[in-house]
Design a protein around this ligand. Structure first.
Ligand code: ARG
Length: 275
């Protein structure tokens, strides 16, 4: 190789290495992810609305109520969702669906966030992101008043039909903790309570606040004394996996609401709406 040719060869090689280096830098996964997250929050802000997914069969969390002759979805989760929308300066759009379909709706982008008394579990955490917990609760068993003496322990439920919401943690808890129980899972808690009233099932597992709400409206039902073995359950907002920016924004709203004791206030007000 002559001296000039060598110089040329050297320069071309150098440029090649530099170009490859630049391409490599530009495509680090980190950078791509950050861009994606920004665009999700930006897209919501640009559209001027945020779409909430919920399952409005869950008083006092979310439920239907006729107000001034109009069917509305109310509840303390809805108040929280309104505050989230307010802080993001967008309009809240509510989509009511079956609880079991909520996570798929998040995944497909059909809804932007889910506030539905949803408990963060390790299984769910594999597919979605959760905010911090905004409300804590325990599980309860609803039975018919005239049956309460026959059902005093979980063992008494052997061979009995137990209702739980499809896709809920209650379905799992019932399956695991009621030996010999026949679990019937339905899409809506309201339908489970109807089946209980008509004697088609013997008990329903739900969160204590929800149990009390249905019992207050149905004098033939009662919350049983039976307790489940569990870690304290709670509710958090669910978001599509990788929504770090939106999770942070929502956590800020939740922090504000908790600091101002507004969540307790929303729970009290929602409970009054049931009566
Ligand atoms: N906390 C339970 C769960 O996450 C039940 C929630 C049901 N919510 C509803 N809106 N129906 O599985």
């Amino acid at each position: 190789m002559s001296k000039n040719k060598f110089k040329k060869f050297f320069l071309v090689s150098l440029i090649g290495v530099l170009v490859l280096g630049l391409i490599a830098c530009g495509s680090t996964t980190e950078k791509v992810d950050v861009n994606k997250q920004e665009s999700q929050l930006e897209a919501i802000k640009a559209s001027g609305k945020i779409v909430l997914g919920t399952s409005a069969d869950y008083p006092p969390y979310e439920f239907h109520k006729e107000i001034d002759g109009k069917d509305e979805i109310v509840g303390f989760d809805i108040e929280i969702a309104k505050e989230i929308a307010k802080d993001l300066e967008v309009e809240l759009v509510i989509k009511d669906m079956k609880f079991e379909g909520l996570l798929a709706a998040l995944d497909s982008g059909n809804v932007d966030f889910v506030v539905a008394g949803m408990t963060p579990t390790p299984d769910r955490e594999e597919n979605v992101d959760f905010s911090k917990i905004y409300h804590r609760t325990v599980q309860a068993l609803v039975v018919k008043k005239d049956n309460v003496e026959n059902i005093t322990s979980l063992q008494d439920l052997e061979g009995k039909k137990i209702g739980a919401q499809k896709g809920s943690i209650q379905q799992e808890i019932a399956t695991e903790q009621i030996p010999g129980g026949q679990i019937k899972a339905l899409g809506k808690v309201s339908d489970l309570m109807l089946e209980l009233k008509y004697g088609k099932i013997d008990a329903v597992v739900v969160e204590i606040g929800v149990a009390k709400a249905y019992v207050s409206k149905n004098s033939d039902l009662l919350v049983s004394e039976i307790k489940f073995d569990e870690e304290e359950g709670g509710s958090a907002v669910a978001l599509k996996e990788g929504s770090t920016e939106l999770v942070n924004a929502i956590n800020n709203t939740l922090d504000r609401l908790m600091k101002e004791k507004l969540i307790e206030n929303f729970v009290t007000k929602a409970t009054e709406l049931i009566e």
